[in-house]
Design a protein around this ligand. Structure first.
Ligand code: NDP
Ligand code: 2IT
Length: 444
């Protein structure tokens, strides 16, 4: 058995009941085979792969809080500090009832390579809780966030570990957590990113993941002789990533015709009205089913279905494993030319393989959605400098970072005889820097 297969088997054996983590490890390690084969003796001696799949540490804690009826509720909090070879741990906090250790570990593992791809000095981490902010009052969200940070503050800091948003964690939650950190640590530091603009946040961070996704997609299409202008796009999700992906797609001259939430999906043949969507999701925190009442030509359907709509480009922007083999078949049959992942691991391994084998350009999440964390790193830089950069300045840096990421992974794929395989390219380009840093820093 080869080294890669041995380590995959080890991960499955040592971490049973963590299928998402197995999936992420499998995707990364299998595409690293050519690099591992070329360096097997050193990597084996140094146990490099065994070390990279084992988090530096994983913290799990109780989060008690009082609900509006006066009852005490108890959630579980997590922070997985996966790897700080190239910088302080960096990665979001997910608040969703589905959160468990395996999901946080898959996200933290992905984050190592994504953060490396940005070219900025940030290590990989992720955290969150099985708390569900949906349907909670502001006071309940405040109670949860305060309790969560009352434990988490021991493990985070501007030079140690810098969390940010993810599913269920937006500006409101980051603000509440920042306030509690400041109160109990007594320092004013860039311990979180995605902060409000009046207290150290960066312009463009809100838009960054969606905008970055489109910048990378545009570059990938351009390098393959396709103009994004005039193309029809299907998007899933209607949260932070989806909303700003739709906005930028429209600015680039494409038309996005779908969006979704966990209850259902909308089809708007004239193109999704971003202001209407923002009002429903960002202001009223309501269900996407309300969109139809405001846009009479639109359709609303219960359940899932965005991948059944004919499109040129598909952008999954909701959650993991939301684009499966049967969806990939439908996309290919309908003539889809490109898939770029706004979410983390939204495409199953067999669906990815099917898309690539059928000539669909495929940009993996760790490259395509890296604009969010890259702009977080720019927020950290501004906090350290105690300066604020203009919207145009941050946006221009974000665009350059996304274009660079695409060319780095394109080049890495070509270097290993896998031209056009951007999954292989992203994993190799992300891994090389981290591996070199780990080998240089001795045994830890
Ligand atoms: P939000 O919470 O803002 O939005 C999430 C969206 O996805 C909502 O429309 C939500 O619907 C839907 N969704 C979430 N879980 C499920 C589910 N289990 N089934 C169906 N729909 C679901 O999160 P973000 O937009 O921030 O994150 C979306 C994805 O992008 C995630 O994979 C995240 O890890 C990734 N990502 C986020 C970044 C960021 O900067 N925010 C950066 C890089 C990646 P509903 O409201 O009904 O739950
Ligand atoms: O998955 C991700 O990259 C994020 N949720 C953003 C992390 C960050 O630190 O901005």
């Amino acid at each position: 058995m080869g080294y890669v297969d041995e380590v995959i088997e080890l991960v499955v054996r040592k971490n049973p009941a963590e299928p998402e983590f197995h999936q992420a490890v499998r995707e990364v390690l299998e595409s690293l085979r050519p690099v591992v084969d070329a360096n097997e003796e050193v990597y084996r001696r140094e146990a490099l792969l065994e070390r990279i799949v084992e988090p530096d540490r994983q913290i799990k804690f109780r989060v008690p809080w009082v609900d509006d009826s006066g009852r005490v509720q108890v959630n579980t909090g997590y922070r997985v500090q996966f790897n700080n070879a190239i910088g302080p741990y960096k990665g979001g906090l997910r608040l969703h009832p589905s959160v468990n250790l395996g999901i946080i570990k898959f996200l933290g593992f992905e984050q190592i390579f994504k953060n490396s791809l940005t070219g900025l000095p940030i290590g990989g981490g992720k955290g969150g809780s099985d708390f569900d902010p949906k349907g909670k009052s502001d006071r309940e969200v405040l109670a949860f966030c305060t309790s969560f940070m009352t434990e988490l503050y021991k493990y985070v800091g501007a030079d140690m570990d810098v969390p940010a948003g993810d599913i269920g964690t937006g500006a409101r939650e980051i603000g509440y957590m920042f306030g509690q950190f400041k109160k109990i640590r007594g320092t004013y530091e860039g311990v979180l990113t995605g902060k409000g603009l009046s207290y150290g946040g960066s312009l463009v961070r809100t838009e960054a993941t969606g905008y970055g996704l489109l910048y990378l997609t545009e570059e990938m299409l351009k390098c393959n002789g396709i103009d994004i202008k005039g193309k029809t796009i299907v998007v899933s999700g209607s949260g932070n990533v989806a909303i700003y992906a739709i906005q930028k797609a429209h600015q680039l001259g494409a038309t996005v015709v779908t969006a979704s939430d966990s209850n259902g999906w909308i089809y708007d043949p004239d193109g999704i009205d971003v202001e209407v969507l923002k009002n429903i999701k960002e202001v009223r925190r309501a269900r996407i089913s309300e969109y139809k009442a405001l846009r009479p030509k639109a359709e609303y359907h219960e359940g899932r279905g965005v991948w059944s709509i004919k499109c040129d480009i598909a952008l999954p922007c909701a959650t993991q494993n939301e684009l499966l083999l049967e969806d990939a078949r439908e996309l290919v049959a309908n003539g889809c030319k490109a898939v770029a992942e706004g979410a983390n691991m939204p495409t199953s391994l067999d669906a990815t393989k099917y898309l690539q084998e059928n000539g669909v350009l495929f940009a993996p999440g760790k490259a395509a959605n890296a604009g969010g964390v890259a702009t977080s790193a720019l927020e950290m830089t501004q906090n350290s400098e105690r300066l604020n950069w203009s919207f145009e300045e941050v946006d221009a840096k974000l665009k350059q970072i996304m274009v660079n990421i695409f060319h780095n992974l394109d080049e890495a794929a070509k270097r290993y005889d896998a031209a056009g395989d951007y999954v292989v390219g992203a994993n190799i380009a992300g891994f090389e820097k981290v591996a070199n840093a780990m080998l240089a820093q001795g045994i830890w």
